[in-house]
Design a protein around this ligand. Structure first.
Ligand code: SAM
Length: 193
């Protein structure tokens, strides 16, 4: 069980929710693989009987994540996909319980390769269709880099308009932090329509 000792990291706060949502045997998605921290966490959470699909458009992300997974012998329960998350529906047919987005750029890599509003929204739309009832899409949003604020505004425009009969949408943020604190948005699918 992850404990957010201090309320400083949006990724830790996210995990407080994910702990309640993800069970052993689940099929889940890391929509933004990056250096594989979230993929590894998800692979541990779903256990041997579960499965993780993980997406990134950078070869570098695949290499770094593969290495991380092999070190822990978790590679058999993860499919690393070199493609945009907007194409998620080409790879997954079964119902899934969680999709994790960690938007922005790959730390230490080229900062011009960032997630973008159009593809992010497309991927969220597809993800919501793939979710099983009470499944959750989790989106960590950063606005400190060029393009980040536009992306945040697009995500908020989209989630604000989701029908509350179908989805619960929660936002978490640091209201007194300077320098563009991140936001966390969680979308729960209430039932299948
Ligand atoms: C903030 S990083 C993710 C960090 C990662 N979750 C981790 O645990 O290290 C964002 C990642 O999204 C990737 N990305 C950008 N556009 C994408 C797209 N259309 N589909 C999938 N990944 C994308 C970037 O290449 C980058 O690696």
């Amino acid at each position: 069980m992850i404990k957010a000792k201090y309320l400083t990291k949006i990724t830790d706060i996210n995990k407080l929710y994910l702990e309640q949502i993800i069970n052993e045997g689940d099929i889940v998605v890391d929509a933004t693989m990056g250096n594989g921290y979230d993929t590894k966490y998800l692979a541990e959470k779903v256990g041997e009987s579960g499965f993780v699909y993980s997406f990134d458009i950078q070869e570098e992300a695949i290499k770094s994540t593969r290495k991380k997974l092999e070190k822990e012998n978790l590679q058999e329960r993860v499919k690393l996909i070199l493609d945009g998350h907007e194409n998620i529906d080409n790879y997954i047919e079964k119902k899934i319980s969680c999709v994790v987005f960690n938007l922005g750029y790959l730390p230490r890599a080229q900062h011009m390769i960032i997630t973008k509003p159009n593809t992010t929204i497309k991927a969220i739309e597809h993800s919501l269709k793939l979710l099983k009832p009470h499944g959750v899409v989790s989106i960590s949003i950063y606005t400190g880099h060029p393009g980040g604020l536009d992306e945040k505004n697009s995500v908020y425009d989209f989630v604000k308009n989701l029908d509350q009969r179908e989805f619960n949408v929660l936002e978490c943020g640091f209201v007194n932090q300077v320098n563009n604190p991140p936001q966390l948005v969680l979308i729960e699918k209430k039932k299948e329509y």
